[in-house]
Design a protein around this ligand. Structure first.
Ligand code: MLT
Length: 304
């Protein structure tokens, strides 16, 4: 009987796939495998029996990959399983940055006691007006599972899309994503986009890649969206760019003490993958990966 420990809430749809050979335990010390979402495992003591960790999600920066590899513990993730959820929030982020929807909704709440709120709203609304995304250029940095869906969706709503991914070439992008996505290098994406969205993992090589130099190459008034990880963006450089107006809005899914104080940042509490559908998909994929590994030694989406 294999013992599975859940370090975060894992969707019951995923756990339901566990066969009679498995038991969900409350005691981490006896776990053969751990299912985890965002809990930080870096300082955790490694249970003696542990053979596998499956991250129900894509990012694995909460897991000490090398330490676990040295201990013979395989780590898996679930790439693509939550990609649609993140894509939908990126689209929402572009719309929230294009018009002051947040300010407008707050205005209505603030005027909730006004009997003539309808009339007053008609007068007040001009301060919340904005622009459309139709015809604007979206730069996508990273064309993996999420970047690909974002690029396709943006094209479908009439945006011009330029994509950059060091692991791809023009033919692959045209065949696997869309012939209408222009494949470009990073400087072109930075220079020509009205909106830029980043979809790369947090690695030593990508940490701080959106720094003062990268921002200086962007269009004045660009909207920058970060639904990947906060460490990709140099917060001090972004704060300065928002203050000067170089960046019109920074939409980020990662609250930290620096971004929450930025005037024109739209900060979301890491909701990218927080949909029932994505949680079910990730949990199912994670459970299947763990069972394949424990029973057959099969490594599906092993990241260490
Ligand atoms: C991911 O890495 O898959 C997303 O950021 C969502 C999550 O952390 O659950």
């Amino acid at each position: 009987m294999y013992k599975i420990y859940c370090l975060n809430n894992i969707s019951p749809e995923g756990l339901a796939l566990l066969t009679d050979n498995y038991e969900v335990t409350e005691n981490i010390d006896e776990a053969d495998a751990i299912l985890v979402r965002s809990a930080d495992m870096h300082e955790m003591e490694v249970p003696a029996n542990l053979k596998a960790v499956a991250r129900a999600g894509a990012g694995v920066n909460n897991i000490p990959l090398d330490k676990f590899a040295e201990a013979g513990i395989a780590v898996f993730n679930t790439p693509g399983a939550n990609a649609n959820a993140v894509k939908e929030l990126v689209l929402a982020g572009m719309l929230l940055a294009s018009r002051d929807i947040i300010g407008g909704v707050a205005w209505v709440r603030d005027n909730a006691d006004d009997e003539n709120v309808g009339k007053a709203a008609e007068k007040a609304k001009k301060q919340f007006a904005g622009g459309e995304i139709l015809g604007k250029t979206l730069g996508v940095i990273g064309l993996g599972a999420i970047g690909k869906l974002v690029a396709q969706a943006a094209g479908a709503v009439g945006m011009k899309v330029i994509g950059y991914d060091p692991a791809m070439d023009e033919i692959t992008v045209h065949e696997q994503i869309s012939p209408t996505v222009e494949f470009a290098d990073l400087p072109k994406v930075l220079k020509e986009s009205d909106f830029i969205t980043i979809h790369v993992p947090a690695l030593p090589a990508t940490k701080g890649m959106i720094n003062a130099d990268a921002i200086a190459q962007m269009k004045d008034g660009v909207v920058f969206l970060n639904f990947s990880r906060d460490v990709l963006v140099d917060d001090a450089a972004m704060a300065e760019a928002l203050e000067s107006g170089k960046v019109a809005a920074y939409v980020t899914d990662f609250a930290n003490p620096a971004v929450v104080k930025m005037e024109r940042a739209i900060v979301i509490p890491h909701l990218g993958a927080s949909t029932a559908e994505a949680e079910d998909n990730c949990a199912k994929m994670a459970v299947e990966e763990v069972m394949a590994y424990l029973e057959r030694g099969e490594k599906i989406h092993c990241v260490n």
